[in-house]
Design a protein around this ligand. Sequence first.
Ligand SMILES: NC(=O)c1ccc[n+]([C@@H]2O[C@H](COP(=O)([O-])OP(=O)(O)OC[C@H]3O[C@@H](n4cnc5c(N)ncnc54)[C@H](O)[C@@H]3O)[C@@H](O)[C@H]2O)c1
Length: 449
Amino acid sequence: MHVAMVGTGYVGLVSGACLAAIGHSVACVDADPVRVDLLSRGECPIHEDGLDRLIREGMAAGRLGATTDLAAAMDGAQVVIVAVGTPSLDGRIDLSAVEAAAHQVGLALRGRRDRPVVAVKSTVVPGTTATLVRRALEEASGGRAGREFGLAMNPEFLSQGSAVTDFLHPDRIVVGEWDPRSGELMAELYRPLAAPLLRMGLAEAEMVKYAANSLQALLISYANQIAALCEALPGADHRRVMAAVHLDRMLDGPEGRRAGATRFLMGGIGFGGSCFPKDLQALTVFAHRLGVPVPLIAAISAVNAVRPAQALHLLSSRLGGLFERRVAVLGLTFKPGTDDLRESPGLKLIDRLRRHGAEVLAHDPLPQARTRARDAGLPVADRVEDALAGANAVIIATAWPQYRQLAWSALGEVVVLDGRNLLDGLDLPASLQVVRMGAGPVSPEVPTP
Ligand SMILES: NC(=O)c1ccc[n+]([C@@H]2O[C@H](COP(=O)([O-])OP(=O)(O)OC[C@H]3O[C@@H](n4cnc5c(N)ncnc54)[C@H](O)[C@@H]3O)[C@@H](O)[C@H]2O)c1
């Protein structure tokens, strides 16, 4: 099938490259000419495992292209997918990019007789596709949804850091449809992927995305709440507590034990990224508009917001304060495997540390993450050794696997706050004082295993 992908950020680009990899012909459109230039040269503008290879192969096979010209990209397209950003603006979801893209798509639909399907992949609050998007498309095209063009909502569940694998091997594919023909065409698009495909109404598909994201975030905040309790409990370690919880059969999938949910049920310094924080906020505001109280959803963000402070409290009590202490913060991206700094917990820690008078030098294995952080005024070392030199404390803020391999024994008497449980199972020298998240103070009165 011929597909036009509008917006080639983390979601649009991965989706476009993967759809080309499964045999479709994909024209990627972005408003950013620099991004399109890079792509046209076969270069990958983001860090995502396996993506650069898919882009090169797709371009070489003539199945993947990039342009700023939406109308040209839509020429002959049977499916037009909108994957532009939906950030938070003053606590609300900003749908202006979706509306603008729908308007532009609508203009390019004028006079078309072949009834392409327009599918929203961006995360949008329930009701958006059937109202705002449909109206923008109808007004600009002069046609009607379900008649001159099809309309669908196809939420994306990929995770940055494993996005290509997630797209090609999804847990499920969700298609919300305005009309049955649109649902059928979307099912045809995904036929090469072996995953259950669920067809439903547009608002239901929009809701699935919020329900899935808020559940994952809920698991993290729940584990962090247990971790915070353990931090105040002499001799306790939440990892032993959670290991026992993880064995509950309630967490088994239909085919037996699956490790999936337990990945989220683990304490740390909290979640960040471009999705959970903004999606939880959007869902809370949306619920408020509906007049439905959602205290549980609101509590997820509240629990997450205090984790950096709780982490620094642990560190400060070991260091005897943070003022003028040299702290190396390892990891700037919100998770390993991506160059995305949006809402990164590491950045929140750096900000707090500096406000407490600590001297911070940060590091990230990705040069582009270091450059972006430096551009934002943060102190960043290019070499991890330079960040560590002379540090009184080290914070592991992102679980980059290369940090596990550091020469920890050469560090001497340093306090290490392991915000990501990355050092678990390593044989570390006694000179290192490792502060583990979710672990209470050692007490002479309470024996620990
Ligand atoms: N990042 C994730 O892990 C993830 C996962 C699932 C869903 N989502 C959702 O997918 C959507 C996109 O997220 P993202 O992280 O890829 O965003 P992003 O900000 O990385 O990318 C958006 C891209 O759209 C382009 N764009 C904006 N308006 C345009 C227009 N009118 N025409 C052409 N291009 C345009 C921008 O230039 C940018 O490159 C959001 O709604 C997000 O919530 C994101």
